[in-house]
Design a protein around this ligand. Structure first.
Ligand code: B3K
Ligand code: ZN
Length: 899
């Protein structure tokens, strides 16, 4: 058996489950790590010198060291200068154990790896013209044998050696040496003074161009900022640079966090499994999250760049300076950092708009995850493959947990808490318990019950009932909480839930006199309150309430729960037009939309015809008043006029009726388009299509409202609007408007719209074929087309020159878009979509397990569909399960889905 074979995972045995309860401190720690990475065409030699010492806190007394390693070829190994012989060490499953290790020693390993053959995009790999790394969570073991766990933190010095055709050689920290070598080769040595776990290691070698700027920190230090890209993309870096500088300033202002190295670098890579990675001082980004210019990037793309740049930068403190003890603590850094980046984006644009966007994502994708076979608490108890736990739950629900803490503590105490957390744990690898303890200590609040949010999965449900006693002038709210069982937890204890609220009277917000408490002047006028629900059932009584109010509940979506309150349509219309909480105005519009769609669904399910379906006049009047409301942000008008998505409707349903949801929602949209045609046309015509592009909140809002109007008008299949849409496609100076028009044309039910769409698609590809990210948008718009036969088109596009089945962005653009965002086609034709998806997963299982596993999501939801679909979906999961050599990633998701 060769060394490579010996370090491979054992085949045909079910992979092991790792448990939080089994955590043990490491037996050894690593003081310093000296790496020399010599890149040659076809293979790379890695020499690693580790300065190891026994961990004084170790609980075991074993005199051996077990290092992790995968897909490595061991060339030599020496302990304190003495070459080890066979028998001094042993290979295990993804490991290398060295026997008879002293209390302190230096270990030198030399290993060979093959980055060019690494298609998993984990460890060191080649992407187009460059070499780059991705180590989180456990990719460093694909570079060298190491204690690849986040609680082993070491000081790294890295020398990168390569041919001069890769002029840029980067790693973490500061550049301390560089020079020429024989055979047209050169090297650069980087030193990172901050101790870090291996998952934050990074290395890049490539022929890259860069833009440069500087930032002066609050203490007056100058930091050099560089963004590296392939030369062709140099004109698309400005927005990321501006976002970076804004993030650096914001983290100083809002959290008191200053940057700590002299240089901060970002590198854009085309082949990347996720959005970006926060490696110390050397962030590596998916090109899709860093490049932006108006001609090629939509508004959503601009906002994504701003958000992701901020997110990765904020990790420098929440993740890098203070890191995770083990991977069960992932939400410690991810939930907190998502919360931080969403607050940043809110400050850069409109807080209400940002909140609506975040809640929409949470309620569709995260709620669905929490109700499915992969449900897990934000701090999971166990996993087979940690890559499967970079989830909506750990990230987005994790951020909601932090938001609730901020709400409960109030601004000042929350800041005191985070200050204490950073100060107390700087340079340490800690747990979510440590985080909550710092907040509790700084604020004096007891957060014991609150911690259940970390250990109990599932979306809590609130059932709220009201009672008004006119004689006593008392208004009471009785709130019951419950939480459905999840695979690993049947019985839940009550959560500590902050419920922000107000009461609306005929003349607006009423003062809140909550029985047993002093008035709360947080909002200046005592009309806003945070109720703290801690019991399974609790009643809150308001005194001196002179009229029966309409309650505005869960303002700003103050907790990640499903709330049920029996609002009448009149109540919702009042909330939509008058609530002082912008989020709840939008929420009321969504509830109204849900009611309207439910009525159409009933008709559809009874076999009725939906052509010419009409909606009630009072609803039209309510939407019309939104369109005329000058006090509203245009982005909010756009969101209020957009009906709940099919994904949200599916999440709410006990059994998803794909056709009923699709056609009923469409029928209601068509009805709105007919009734509000003049208003939509006015908005569309009033918009100045020639204006210069700006990615400001106002400009984005105006574009989104105008494009919502266009989308409604296009449902009328009227020549006049099809021409306007074509004109927008042809003459717009920015990708937002081009894409909005192209999407409407591609989905047009009118023959004329289809003819123009086919021309536009051909024209678009001809124009943008050399811009990979733009081609991805072209793939997505076709994969998302709701008209029949889209699956055949998707299959044909897999053979198109603009597609590449090895590139994760292309796979997401074509395959994931079709399977996740095109329900009516994915679920059509007796399971053809399911079989197609299973084919892709089986193929990707070996090539890129992380991407394969991600793609599984739509099949994991099989229990939500009718029995015919259940059987068809299950059959595909079983087919995948029967494949030999399933990766841990795919095995875990499929086996949990089938249990
Ligand atoms: N921390 C990385 C995610 C790594 C994913 C590894 N499978 C990006 C982020 O959340 O900032
Ligand atoms: Zn993150």
């Amino acid at each position: 058996m060769t060394a490579v074979e010996q370090s491979l995972p054992a085949q045909n045995q079910p992979p092991k489950t790792i448990y939080l309860k089994d955590y043990q401190v490491p037996d050894y720690l690593i003081r310093t790590t000296d790496l020399r990475v010599e890149i040659y065409e076809g293979e790379t030699i890695v020499s690693a010198m580790l300065d190891l010492y026994r961990n004084p806190a170790a609980t075991s007394t074993a005199t051996q060291l077990k290092l992790q390693g995968a897909d490595l070829e061991l060339v030599s190994i020496a302990l304190d200068g003495k070459i080890l012989a066979e028998g001094d060490y042993q290979f295990g499953e993804e490991s290398l154990t060295i026997f008879n290790t002293p209390a302190e020693f230096k270990l030198l390993t030399i290993t060979k790896i093959k980055p060019e053959a690494n298609t998993s995009l984990e460890g060191l790999y080649r992407s187009r013209t460059m070499y780059c790394t991705q180590c989180e969570a456990e990719g460093f073991r694909k570079i060298t044998y190491y204690l690849d766990r986040p609680d082993v933190m070491s000081e790294f010095t890295t020398t990168v050696v390569a041919d001069k055709k890769f002029p840029v050689l980067l790693s973490n920290g500061n550049l301390i040496d560089q020079g020429e070598l024989e055979n047209n080769r050169h090297y650069a040595t980087w030193h990172d003074p901050f101790k870090k776990p291996a998952y934050l290691f990074a290395l890049v070698a490539g022929d890259l161009a860069h833009i440069e700027d500087s930032f002066t920190t609050c203490s007056g230090r100058d930091v050099c900022l560089k963004i590296f890209v392939e030369p062709k993309d140099l004109d698309k870096c400005e927005h990321a640079m501006t976002s970076l500088k804004n993030s650096m300033r914001w983290d100083e202002d809002v959290y008191g966090r200053e940057y700590d190295l002299n240089i901060f670098m970002i590198v854009a890579v085309d082949d990347f499994n996720m959005g970006a990675m926060e490696n110390k001082g050397l962030n590596i980004f998916n090109t899709s999250c860093v490049l932006a210019k108006p001609e090629t990037t939509t508004d959503a793309g601009f906002q994504r760049v701003e958000g992701v740049v901020a997110h990765e930068y904020f990790h420098n403190w929440s993740g890098n300076r203070v890191t995770c003890r083990d991977w069960f603590q992932l939400s410690l850094k991810e939930g907190f950092t998502v919360y931080r980046d969403s607050e940043f984006s809110a400050d850069m644009g409109s807080p209400t708009v940002k909140r609506v966007e975040d809640v929409t994502l949470l309620r569709t994708l995260q709620f669905a995850e929490d109700a499915g076979p992969m449900a897990h608490p934000i701090r999971p108890e166990s996993y087979i493959e940690i890559s499967n736990f970079y989830t909506m739950t750990v990230y987005e629900k994790g951020a909601e947990i932090i938001r609730m803490l901020a709400t409960l503590l109030g601004k000042e105490n929350f800041r005191k808490g985070t200050d204490l957390y950073f100060e107390r744990h700087d340079g340490q690898a800690v747990t979510t318990e440590d985080f909550v303890a710092a907040l509790a200590d700084a604020s004096g609040r007891d957060l014991t019950q609150f911690k259940r949010w970390y250990s109990q999965a599932g979306t809590p449900r609130l059932d709220i009932a009201e009672h008004y006693d006119e004689a006593a002038q008392e208004y009471s709210l009785t709130i019951k909480q419950s939480c459905p069982p999840t695979p690993e937890c049947q019985q839940k204890l009550p959560f500590h839930i902050p419920i922000a609220m107000g009461l609306l009277g005929s003349a607006g917000d009423l003062p809140l006199n909550l029985k047993g408490t002093a008035p709360d002047f947080e909002t200046g006028d005592n009309t806003h309150k945070v109720l703290e629900l801690t019991q399974a059932e609790q009643t809150f009584v308001f005194e001196r309430v002179q009229e029966k109010p309409v309650p505005s509940l869960l303002r700003g979506f103050s907790a990640p729960v499903k709330m049920h309150f029996n609002y009448s349509r009149a109540d919702l219309v009042l909330l939509m037009s008058r609530d002082s909480d912008g989020f709840n105005r939008w929420e009321a519009s969504q509830q109204l939309g849900l009611q309207a769609i439910a009525a159409a669904m009933k008709q559809f399910q009874q076999g009725g015809d939906l052509s010419g379906w009409a909606v009630d006049a009072d609803l039209i009047a309510a939407y019309r008043s939104v369109l005329q409301d000058q006090s509203l942000d245009q982005a909010m008008v756009a969101y209020m006029l957009s009906l709940p998505s099919e994904a949200y409707l599916s999440e709410l349903a006990d059994e998803v009726d794909v056709e009923a949801i699709h056609y009923s929602r469409l029928a209601v949209r068509k009805a709105l388009a007919r009734e509000l045609r003049d208003e939509f046309a006015r908005i569309y015509t009033a918009y100045d299509h020639q204006q210069t592009y700006a990615a400001t909140a106002d400009a984005i809002a105006a574009r989104s409202l105008k494009n919502v109007a266009l989308a409604y008008l296009m449902l009328l299949n009227d020549e006049q609007f099809i021409h306007a849409c074509e004109n927008q496609y042809r003459t717009s100076n920015n990708m937002t408007d081009v894409m909005a028009a192209l999407t409407q044309l591609v989905n047009s039910e009118a023959q004329m719209g289809q003819t123009i769409a086919q021309q536009a698609l051909a024209d678009f590809y001809a124009r943008w074929q050399h811009e990979s990210l733009v081609v991805n948008q072209w793939l997505t718009v076709q994969a998302s087309c709701v008209l029949p036969n889209t699956l055949d088109k998707v299959k044909a596009l897999q053979n198109h020159a603009g597609y590449d089945g090895k590139n994760p962005n292309k796979i997401r653009a074509l395959i994931a878009s079709f399977c996740n965002s095109n329900a009516i086609n994915f679920h059509a034709n007796q399971g053809a979509g399911y079989a197609f998806l299973a084919d892709q997963i089986i193929q990707l299982n070996k090539q890129n397990p992380q991407i394969a596993s991600r793609l599984l999501t739509p099949l994991t939801k099989w229990k939500k569909y009718n029995s015919t679909r259940q059987q068809l979906m299950r059959a595909q999961l079983e087919r995948i399960m029967a494949e030999p050599e399933l990766s841990k990633d795919v095995f875990e998701v499929v086996s949990k889905s089938l249990r």
